[in-house]
Each structure stands twice: as C-alpha cells, then as structure tokens.
Design a protein around this ligand. Structure first.
Ligand SMILES: [Fe+2]
Length: 222
C-alpha cells in the first residue's frame, strides 16, 4: 500500500487534509489524485495527457480578483466533490479561507430545511474556465441543491450554500453568511503545501492579490 492511499479515509473524516510534499512532480500529483477517486477530465489549462490536472494561475484560471464563498462543482452534475490543490509557486500571496458546513448549528439548519438553490457558473469564470459548449450545457442543467443535504458517504447533515454560484432565490441567506464568516478558518499557504478538501462540507473563499501565483488542481469523485 502506498502512503497516500489512506488520504481518502482521512478526507472523509476531516473534510480538509493538509500534507507537505517537497518538489512534487506532476506524475506524483496525478497518482495521488487518482487514489482519491475518479478524476474529472477537463479542457482548459490542462497540464497532463489525461487532461485531469489544471493549472490555476493569476493570469489564467481564477485570476487575481476576489473569489466569493463557494463550493467547487456546485453547478455540475455527478459527484465531483473533491478538490486537490498543490502550491507550485507563491500560493502564499493569498490565503484560502475554509468553513466546515457540517458544523453549522442545528437551529440554522432547521431554518433552511426544505429550501433549495439553483447553481450555474458565475459570469467571471465564463471565458477562463469553460468552452462555449460546456457553458451551454451547465446553464441548461441549472443544478438545484437543497440547503440542507445529507452527505452521500458519511451521512452527515450539511448546510449547503455556495454564495458565489447561487442563482435567483427567495431566501434570506445573510444568517448563513454571518455564521460562515464567524466560523471560517484561514489557511496561510506555505511552501510544499498540498490541500485536499470535500466540497460538500467545505465552503471556501480567497481574496484578491497581486503577483504571480501558481497551483495545480484536480477535481475528483467522492
Ligand atoms: Fe474553489
């Protein structure tokens, strides 16, 4: 058994896993990603032959503006709810904030039981992340998700609200935002950092930065 094959269990238990890996090569990153679940094959900013590893940079995918609180893959079908990210260069220029939504208080969950949001890719990602065809499909799908969801593997109850990708709705979501802001934890990126998180649980955001910042990313099925 290879050392990284325990990461999937750790991820399901904790929601967010941090590992230090010096001079990680693309091939090793690919192997770790594949041990976590089926990888999403994508089109833009890909680095490997299998088209599963994407480059996130200040001048490519997710530029240098603010990235609002969100859950990755909120607007997509299938269970691509895992994200793995490696600091290739200068990730420290902008910390990432996380909030574990399975820890939301019962009363807050009750307030939104039965409520539902629809999700689509936000305008600012249109040109950088997707081809016109992918966009047409995602917008047509209009994925809807309940605010209170049950994790399909762990069974935990989660308060789900992806602020950056939610469409028109009639719900007052300010109380959720307040709780998220109060309970967020900041990850200050250091050299050799590899982060893996469960997007059903982990709401996350990043603020604007200046400079050259480079990370590798793969999304995978949980
Ligand atoms: Fe994200």
């Amino acid at each position: 058994m290879r050392w990284f094959e325990t990461l999937r269990d750790e991820l399901l238990e904790k929601g967010l896993v941090k590992v230090k890996l010096k001079d990680l090569r693309l091939k090793e990153f690919e192997e770790i990603s594949e041990s976590l679940g089926k990888n999403l094959v994508t089109t833009k900013h890909v680095l490997n032959e299998k088209r599963t590893v994407q480059e996130l940079s200040n001048n490519g995918l997710f530029g240098d503006g603010d990235v609002e609180w969100h859950h990755d893959w909120s607007y997509g079908r299938g269970n691509y709810f895992g994200t793995i990210l490696y600091n290739v260069k200068n990730a420290h220029l902008s910390p990432t904030w996380f909030c574990d939504m399975s820890k939301a208080p019962k009363e807050l969950k009750e307030q939104y039981r039965g409520a539902c949001g629809t999700y689509a890719p936000p305008q600012h990602l249109h040109d950088t992340c997707f081809t016109p065809k992918q966009l047409r499909i995602l917008e047509k799908q209009k994925i809807s998700r309940d605010f209170v969801i049950k994790h399909h593997v762990t069974g935990e109850e989660i308060l789900y609200c992806s602020f950056g990708t939610i469409g028109d709705h009639d719900w007052d979501i300010r109380p959720i935002r307040e709780w998220v802001e109060e309970n967020a934890v900041m990850h200050e990126w250091e050299e050799d950092d590899l982060l893996i998180w469960d997007n059903l649980k982990m709401n996350h955001k990043r603020v604007a930065f200046e400079g050259e910042r480079l990370l590798w990313r793969t999304q995978f099925i949980i």
